[in-house]
Structures are given as structure tokens and as C-alpha cells.
Ligand binder design. Structure first.
Ligand SMILES: Nc1nc2c(ncn2[C@@H]2O[C@H](COP(=O)(O)OP(=O)(O)OP(=O)(O)O)[C@@H](O)[C@H]2O)c(=O)[nH]1
Ligand SMILES: [Mg+2]
Length: 246
């Protein structure tokens, strides 16, 4: 009979292999189809994360942004996946690493590691399932507050805008909620592509603005804590979790 330890090891090995495969497949098709920049062919690297309840369409937003693909029968994400997409803004070439994980707690990787270094966040709900909107306040905003810097850029995304007949969250309500909480709101459909590109461009632009407007260190700051590394021109160090995925 197999020991408990042996069974657990097999299970983890399976999860690791599964997520490595997906990581690579997403990332290989990540940059635009005509140009594959060399590892250093960019000015800034942003980490963006997708969060929201299970089934709201996070993985399909990611696959739409990265590869212009939609999967009607996609399964719940297990662990973490990511893709990269490069965009030019204000003469800067910005490489964006977009991370995706499961909405369900039991399938998620370690939460703090997922958020670490994130500069922008797609906070996604499904306009046809009201509970996914309610969980934004009940759960997701709290989680962001707990695990990220307060200057993280948050884009509230009402996905599945194609399901007009099933709408359960009025646009005005979500818009007003976003304004009250200092968020930007956009409605998307990963299925028919509506606003997906615009959502991506909006978050990158706002993240860039937040990054360039961050306060400079004071020239004469008085007594100082122990020195820390000066910010690098690339705000987020490159360390894809697998050497195959750049
Ligand atoms: N009609 C419609 N269906 C969508 C849209 N986006 C995603 N879906 C469907 O919604 C289901 C869930 O999509 P996923 O992208 O897997 O959802 P997820 O948020 O990644 O879910 P977890 O990985 O479990 O957290 C799938 O059946 C998708 O085909 C959309 O814009 N419109
Ligand atoms: Mg998913």
C-alpha cells in the first residue's frame, strides 16, 4: 500500500507538471505575433494580476489579450498561469506579465506570492452573476488591501457584457461603485472581444502613470533607515517561474 507521503508527492508532482506546461504554452505565444523581442528589448516590466470569483472569465480575458483566443469550455485554473504582452506607450516599450489564478481558494497558489510586486490588477466580476459583484467588497478589495501596496492600480472589469438578457448588475451601479472606491470601470466580453484590448491598454497606461508619478526620494531627507536598493528603471525584476517562459 502506498504511504500518505508518497501519495502527496505524486499529487504535487502532477500539479507542478500541469502548471509548467500551461505556463510555457501561454508564454510562448505571448508577445504580438509579428515580433518576438529579445529578453532585454523593453524599457519597463509590469506585473499585472487577474483576480475575481471562479468562472467570471479571468482565464479567457488572459487568452484573449495574449493570443486572441476564447474557450467556451475552459476548466477552472489550477495554480498560477501567466502570459506576457508588450505595448508601446509614451515612447516606452512596456512588457507586461499578466498573472492568472483560480477564483476558488482551494485551487489557488500561495496568495501573498501571487500579489507580490503587482503594479496593476484586473478585478473581474460577471455582470450576469450578482454574487460575483458582491464579493468584490466582501472579499476581493480586502484581499488587495492586505497583500498589495496601496498605490496598485485597480481596474474593475464587468465581464460577459454579451449576456445582455441575463444582466444582473446595471452598468450605472457598477460605475458608481467604482467611483466611490477610486477605481476605473470597464465592461468587457472575452467572448465577442468587446473592450478587452481597451481594458488592457487602460491598465497599462494607468500603471505607467502611477509609476512615473510616484514620489521621488527627497534630496535631503534627514535621518534615514538603513539604505535600500534604488529603484531600477525596470520596476519589477524579471524572474519568471520557469526558465522556458520569457
Ligand atoms: N458569455 C460569455 N462567457 C464567458 C466570457 N468569458 C468567459 N466565459 C465563460 O465563462 C466560463 C468560465 O471562464 P474562465 O475564463 O475559465 O473563468 P475563470 O474566472 O478563469 O475561472 P477560475 O479559473 O475557476 O477562477 C467559461 O465557460 C467561459 O467560456 C464572456 O465574456 N462571455
Ligand atoms: Mg481561470
Amino acid at each position: 500500500m502506498q504511504s500518505f507521503g508518497g501519495r502527496m508527492w505524486k499529487r504535487w508532482k502532477f500539479l507542478f507538471l500541469l502548471s509548467s506546461t500551461t505556463l510555457c504554452s501561454l508564454s510562448l505565444g505571448a508577445t504580438d505575433s509579428t515580433r518576438y523581442p529579445a529578453a532585454d528589448d523593453y524599457d519597463l516590466l509590469f506585473k499585472l494580476v487577474l483576480i475575481g470569483d471562479s468562472g467570471v472569465g479571468k482565464s479567457n480575458i488572459l487568452s484573449r489579450v495574449i493570443r486572441d483566443e476564447f474557450h467556451i469550455d475552459s476548466k477552472s485554473t489550477i495554480g498560477v498561469e501567466f502570459g506576457t504582452k508588450t505595448l508601446t506607450h509614451d515612447t516606452k516599450t512596456i512588457k507586461n506579465q499578466i498573472w492568472d489564478t483560480a477564483g476558488q481558494e482551494r485551487y489557488r497558489a500561495i496568495t501573498s506570492a501571487y500579489y507580490r510586486g503587482a503594479m496593476g490588477c484586473f478585478l473581474v466580476f460577471d455582470i450576469s452573476r450578482r454574487s460575483t459583484f458582491e464579493h468584490i467588497t466582501e472579499h476581493w478589495l480586502e484581499e488587495i488591501k492586505k497583500y498589495t501596496n496601496q498605490d496598485i492600480v485597480i481596474l474593475l472589469v464587468g465581464n460577459k457584457s454579451d449576456l445582455r438578457h441575463l444582466r444582473n448588475v446595471p452598468t450605472q451601479e457598477a460605475q458608481a461603485f467604482a467611483e466611490r472606491n477610486g477605481l476605473t470601470y470597464i465592461e468587457t466580453s472575452a467572448l465577442d472581444r468587446t473592450n478587452v484590448e481597451a481594458a488592457f491598454e487602460t491598465i497599462v497606461t494607468k500603471t505607467y502613470e502611477a509609476f512615473t508619478n510616484r514620489p521621488e526620494p527627497s534630496p535631503n531627507p534627514g535621518p534615514q533607515p538603513p539604505p535600500v536598493a534604488r529603484p531600477h528603471p525596470r520596476p519589477y525584476p524579471i524572474h519568471p517561474s520557469s526558465s522556458c517562459c520569457k
